[in-house]
Every structure is written in structure tokens, then in C-alpha cells.
Design a protein. Structure first.
Length: 312
């Protein structure tokens, strides 16, 4: 079970770092989602190349053509497309609504994990899933009461963008976990850097559409843009992805889904801190329910592990 504890710790660290990506569209409200995505992932590509350079000859030659294609597909789904949709959702619908929709991801990934890996039966995971859904619904209530300052049409588009981001990242999480299990000769860090390298190349294609309205921003705005993009790339993409890939090898897919709840929790925490307020009773209840969901899921897998051990 030390492996499970390490996996949970890695999942928590990844969630803490990933939660910052919800704030970037708030910190840079004058930049489009396309510009935010291009800036973040160009910086990610630069960092990935820097970290790979010392081991370039040991890592790059062993990447097959099929693996490059997989990396390109995963980078598009889990990075570029996901972040364009997420940034659009935050700018049009707000952090609360976006984190609400993304908060359903653990339920979806856990269900997929149950059917594919059969580590734990769906019946045993049901209490954990119910707590997770209840927590997300608690977050939904204040958001759906009109707490977000946006027009109805814009907010509806933000909702659809959030659903698109949820779909994109769910496919990425399941596919990435599967490929990591098939490619044990890559370390979690190397795989993350390879994803970053490919994402950086793909982000080059966004430069021309992203700079279409570049002249509308003042020089100091661009300085802030570069600083935020570099920080998000380093902490969320480089370090956060490394933690996530490490966790994906330590935990079964059904439990991996639950770890995504930490991203929701930290995104809400950062939002409260920025607004300099305490969570409402409903938001506090949601946080407790989401945490209880994760720890109940952890307990379910631990008990299943003990039962499997006794039957061997």
C-alpha cells in the first residue's frame, strides 16, 4: 500500500499545480483562449527541450514513429484542445461553473476504469462516486443561481466549452494511462517531456491566428503574458504532468479518476483566495464531500488489495 499512498500524494501534487491553469484566463482577461494556449504550450515546448537536452541521445532515438504519432494525438487532446476549451469556458462562464463541469471527470474516468480493468467492482465504488457527485452538485448550485457575471448566451457557450474540455481530457487521461502501461521503458518524466516537446511543435501552428490581434495589447501586458505563460508551463505542464504520469503508473485507472478531484478543489481554493473570501457553506460542504470521496475510494482499493492478498 506504500505504492497507493505515493500515488495519492502524486495525484494531490498534480491537482495543486493544475489548479493554477483555471486562474490564467482570469489573470490575463484581455488575451484570447488561443493566445493563452499558444503562449503556455510554446513555453512548455521550450522547457521540455531544455530538460531533454542532457539525455537527448538516450531518449529521442528510441522513440518509434508510432510513438511519435501517439504523442502528437495525446498532446492535441490533453493540452492544446483541452486548454483552448477550458480557457474559453472560464472567460465566458467563470471558474466555479468550469470547475463544476470538470469535476464530473472523476466519475467518468472511474467508471471507465471499472469496466476496463475490473480492479474494483462498480458496486464497491458506488459510495465514493455518490459522494463525488454530491460534492459537484453542491458546487453547481451557487454557480447555476447566477453567481457568474456573464450573459445567458455567453454562459451557455462557456458551459459547452467546459463539456468539450471534459470530453477531451477524459479521452486523454484514459489513453495516456494505457500507453504508459505499455511503454515501461520511458520514465514518467521523460514521457512528460516528450509530450511537451510535441505540444510545443503543435503550438507553433497557433502562432499566426493567435497574433492576429496582437497590436491591441500594451507592452506591459505582453510582459505579464510571458511571465504567466512561462510560470503555468513550468509548474502545471512540466512538474504537474510529471506527477500525474508517475501517479498513472502507481494507481489503477478507476482510482486515477478520483485523483482529478484535487484539481477541482485547488481551483476553488485559488479562486477564493483571489476574491479574498471564505467559501460559502455550500462550497465548504462540496469540498468536504469531494475529499471524502477520494479517501473512501482509497479505502475501497486498500480493502480490495487486502482481500486479493489473502486469496493468493
Amino acid at each position: 500500500m506504500n505504492q497507493t499512498r505515493r500515488g495519492v500524494a502524486c495525484g494531490m501534487a498534480a491537482g495543486a499545480l493544475w489548479g493554477t491553469v483555471f486562474m490564467a484566463p482570469i489573470w490575463l482577461p484581455d488575451f484570447s483562449p488561443l493566445q493563452l494556449s499558444a503562449g503556455r504550450y510554446l513555453a512548455y515546448g521550450v522547457f521540455a527541450m531544455m530538460f531533454l537536452l542532457p539525455r537527448w541521445k538516450a531518449v529521442i532515438p528510441k522513440v518509434s514513429l508510432k510513438e511519435w504519432v501517439v504523442l502528437a494525438w495525446l498532446s492535441l487532446l490533453g493540452n492544446l484542445l483541452y486548454y483552448v476549451l477550458l480557457a474559453s469556458a472560464v472567460q465566458m462562464g467563470g471558474v466555479a461553473m468550469t470547475s463544476l463541469v470538470i469535476g464530473f471527470m472523476p466519475v467518468v474516468v472511474s467508471l471507465i476504469g471499472c469496466f476496463r480493468q475490473k480492479n474494483v467492482s462498480l458496486l464497491r465504488l458506488t459510495p465514493s462516486l455518490i459522494l463525488g457527485i454530491a460534492g459537484v452538485l453542491c458546487i453547481a448550485w451557487p454557480a447555476l443561481r447566477g453567481g457568474v457575471a456573464a450573459t445567458g448566451g455567453s454562459r451557455l457557450m462557456g458551459f459547452f466549452c467546459a463539456v468539450g474540455a471534459l470530453t477531451s481530457w477524459t479521452i486523454f487521461a484514459v489513453s495516456n494511462s494505457r500507453w504508459l502501461s505499455r511503454l515501461p521503458h520511458y520514465s514518467a518524466s521523460d514521457w512528460s517531456m516528450l509530450l511537451g516537446l510535441v505540444t510545443g511543435v503543435e503550438a507553433l501552428l497557433l502562432i499566426f491566428p493567435a497574433i492576429n490581434n496582437a497590436n491591441t495589447h500594451a507592452p506591459e501586458a505582453w510582459v505579464r503574458f510571458v511571465c504567466v505563460s512561462a510560470a503555468i508551463a513550468l509548474f502545471a505542464s512540466v512538474i504537474g504532468n510529471a506527477f500525474w504520469n508517475r501517479m498513472s503508473r502507481l494507481l489503477p485507472l478507476s482510482m486515477t479518476g478520483q485523483m482529478i478531484l484535487f484539481e477541482t478543489l485547488f481551483a476553488l481554493l485559488y479562486s477564493f483566495t483571489r476574491e479574498w473570501r471564505w467559501p460559502t457553506p455550500m462550497e465548504a460542504t462540496a469540498s468536504v464531500l469531494l475529499m471524502a470521496s477520494v479517501f473512501l475510494c482509497f479505502s475501497t482499493h486498500r480493502n480490495q488489495h487486502k482481500r486479493d492478498f489473502l486469496h493468493e
